[in-house]
Every structure is written in C-alpha cells, then in structure tokens.
Design a protein around this ligand. Structure first.
Ligand SMILES: Nc1ncnc2c1ncn2[C@@H]1O[C@H](COP(=O)(O)OP(=O)(O)OP(=O)(O)O)[C@@H](O)[C@H]1O
Ligand SMILES: [Mg+2]
Length: 254
C-alpha cells in the first residue's frame, strides 16, 4: 500500500532522513522505532506531504505521491495524529474531531460564512462522521467536554478520532502513547489494537519497544536518519545493530 524509495531530506547540514526505503502492506501494523532525532517524524512528514523530500519517491497504492500537497494526500486516504497534541482548546471534543473532516468538503469560506444550504448539509454530514469516529475511538461519552479540561490520554484519543474522521486507509501515529502510563497507556494500546483488527493499515512511531512489539507485525528501526534494521519484532529485538544503537542506549539512559 505504501512504499518509500530512497527518501532523503536534509535540514542544512543535518540529513534527517537518509536514503530510507520502507514498504507497508495493506492491513499491516508497521512499527517505526529509533532514538531521539532518528528521523521518524521527518519520515512521517515526507509521507503525509507536510515536507518534500530532497530526493526519493513515495508511492501509495502504486501511485507516486511525493509531489502532491498534504491535503491531496489526505484526500487519497492518508491521515496522521501528530507527535505533539494539537487540539483547539476553546472547542469541544466533538468540534475538534469535526475539524479533521474539513479537508474532504467542497465549500469555500464565503459559502460557509453565508451558510448556504450546501454548507449546512455538509456540516451535518461532517458532524455524523465525527460522531462515528468518536464512537470508533471509544470516547463518545466525552463528546461535549471542552478540549482543555481533558487528561492527556483522552487528548491522544481525540487526536486519533480526528485522524479517523476523514475515513483514512492509512493511519500514521507519531508517539501516541508518550507521556501515558498505566491505564491510559493500556487504553491507547487497546484502541490501536482494535483499529488493526478492523483492517486499517497503521504506521506507528513509538519509543517504547515493548509497546510497539506487542502491536506491530513488522518493525523498521531508524538511527541518525538511516534504516538500520527491518523485520518482525522477535528478530528486531535480537538484532545486534539495534541493541547497540538503540536498546543499549536506552538501557544506558534508564
Ligand atoms: N524543521 C527542522 N529544521 C531543522 N532541523 C530539523 C527539523 N525537523 C527535524 N530536524 C532535525 O532532523 C533530525 C530528525 O528529527 P526528527 O524530529 O525527525 O526525529 P525523531 O526521530 O522524530 O525524534 P523524536 O523521537 O525526538 O521525536 C534531528 O536532528 C532534528 O533536529
Ligand atoms: Mg518525532
């Protein structure tokens, strides 16, 4: 479903993503791990279109998309829940999720301001989609709450619901569980597991190897912009290069 081919992205002298080729099959939950600064979020931005590569290609369903802007890639079915929580604090949970569907509607600002009938119809359709994705994320009970009062675990679930609102086929989750502990962490893990069960294709960036190992069928390991290993979780955990570059370092800092 998704294939990156020798993707490279530089920031000044830093090669954030260096010759990265990743393949993700339909229905797969593919994990990406690596230490801070490994290039995971930059890779995600190259896939969603928030950044352009210096060289290399991205294909989705066999179609080259690296030249497309982010909103067109979203329309093709690629959605992301960003690493940092970006909720609109003055809006309710439901309204925050409705924002996720805006890109798939046709009306312009003028029409929206005039509240033309087509706009009202679309708003109703968006609301229904948002309610469905709150349900899918298991947070319907919180629909009316103000986003700023939510605990972090719920904020993360709202972000996932927002990404689901456009009905994506490929969902990118950038460290959705970071900062979560105990029951919140378990709930988020359960949500990701459920989405995998529904057949959604998921790319999951996560620092916690145990967390991603439980969920992913394949894992790509990045370090300093490069892919240093790729394979099923059991292999990855034994890979000497991974242990040296990542697991060892993690242990050292623990
Ligand atoms: N907009 C930017 N401008 C300059 N340098 C950047 C930019 N974005 C990322 N970088 C650099 O690119 C490298 C990769 O960063 P990236 O955020 O992709 O890593 P990451 O694997 O997501 O790290 P983390 O686990 O901390 O989220 C880092 O050296 C970072 O400082
Ligand atoms: Mg990151």
């Amino acid at each position: 479903m998704l294939e990156t081919e020798s993707l490279t992205r530089r920031f000044g002298g830093v090669v954030a993503v260096n010759d990265v080729s990743v393949r993700v099959a339909q229905g797969e939950l593919h994990g990406i791990i690596g230490p801070n600064g490994a290039g995971k979020s930059t890779l995600f931005a190259l896939i969603t279109g928030h950044l352009r590569p210096n060289t290399g290609a991205v294909a989705f369903d066999g179609r080259r998309i690296e030249h497309l802007p982010a909103h067109e890639r979203a329309r093709l079915g690629i959605a992301i829940a960003f690493q940092s929580v970006r909720l609109f604090r003055g809006m309710s949970v439901l309204e925050n999720v409705m924002v996720g569907a805006q890109c798939s509607t046709h009306h312009g600002f003028l029409e929206a301001a005039l509240r033309l009938p087509r706009h009202r119809r679309e708003e109703r359709a968006i609301r229904e989609k948002a309610e469905a994705s709150l349900q899918r994320a298991g947070i319907t009970a919180h629909a009316g709450r103000s986003a700023q009062s939510l605990p972090l675990g719920l904020q993360r679930a709202v972000q996932v619901a927002r990404a689901l609102c456009g009905g994506p086929r490929l969902l990118l989750l950038d460290e959705p569980a970071s900062g979560l502990r105990g029951a919140e962490r378990e709930a988020l893990s359960g949500l990701i597991e459920q989405l995998r069960g529904e057949g959604l294709t998921v790319l999951l960036v996560e620092h916690d190897v145990a967390f991603v190992t439980r969920l992913a069928s394949r894992i790509t390991v990045m370090d300093r912009g490069r892919v240093i290993a790729e394979g099923p979780p059991a292999e990855i955990r034994r890979d000497p290069a991974v242990v040296a570059a990542y697991l060892g370092r993690e242990k050292a800092s623990a």
